[in-house]
Design a protein around this ligand. Structure first.
Ligand code: MN
Length: 233
């Protein structure tokens, strides 16, 4: 039995629909600019023929379950929502061919990639890492995991509302890099592991929230995600 100086923090995990066991979360990957209309609203259109997908990560400790109330985070005046389909890896793989990508899918969830947009844009303009904008405490919001082993989602509505007013509305068929392509490409860089979450990117309509706001999002055929934004600490 290993002894530690102090009690290690609990492993990040998520509930799984229809199961009592929780899914242990390994890493959190996020795809950048994966819907054309969002890439354009961010001032960085994507030419798929000329560029590859890119990724950033969030610490697994940034995970927070749907339904939570999180404090408005420090050092930002522009805290943004990004509604995303979350892909959950269930089987390890490295250099996975697109044709076998489905074998590595455990299921899906709905998530919010909450972002300090002001800090992300400063980092982008200055050529600095995105961590202060993206790896925000309690910023990887995720619903329960829906087991859908081997299922490749390639269409379905995705939407988000703030205080009941729709802000984002699109379809998974508008993903620039689809589920198979994401798994194949990301696995060129990383040995994917069970429990890896991949936030697949957000459609257009991102915007800021303020303390007191309630964010609700849905992906057709997967489920809902909910977040309450509390006062700043
Ligand atoms: Mn995102």
């Amino acid at each position: 039995m290993t002894s530690y100086l102090w009690t290690p923090p609990a492993a990040p995990s998520l509930p799984v629909r229809g199961k009592t066991e929780r899914l242990p979360v390994n890493r959190i990957f996020c795809v950048g600019r994966n819907y054309h209309a969002h890439a354009i609203e961010m001032g960085r259109p994507v030419d798929k023929a000329a560029e590859r997908a890119f990724y950033f990560t969030k610490s697994p400790q940034a995970l927070v379950e749907s339904g939570a109330t999180v404090p408005y985070p420090p050092e930002t005046q522009n805290y943004h929502f990004e509604m995303e389909l979350v892909l959950v890896i269930g089987k390890a793989g490295f250099r996975i061919p697109e044709a076998q990508a489905h074998e590595h899918i455990y299921g899906y969830a709905t998530g919010l990639d909450m972002t300090r947009r002001d800090l992300q844009l400063v980092a982008r303009e200055k050529g600095r890492p995105w961590d202060l904008g993206k790896d925000v405490e309690q910023s990887a919001v995720c619903s329960e995991v829906v087991p859908m082993a081997g299922v490749v989602l390639d269409q379905g509505g995705i939407q988000l509302a703030v205080n009941g007013v729709t802000q984002q509305q699109s379809n998974l068929d508008k993903l620039i890099w689809n589920i198979r392509e994401i798994i194949a490409d990301l696995s060129l860089y990383y040995h994917l592991q069970p429990g890896d979450l991949i936030y697949t990117g957000t459609p257009e309509g991102v915007g800021a929230v303020v303390p007191g706001d309630e964010i609700t999002g849905q992906v057709e055929g997967v489920g809902e995600v909910l977040l309450h934004v509390g006062p700043a600490e």
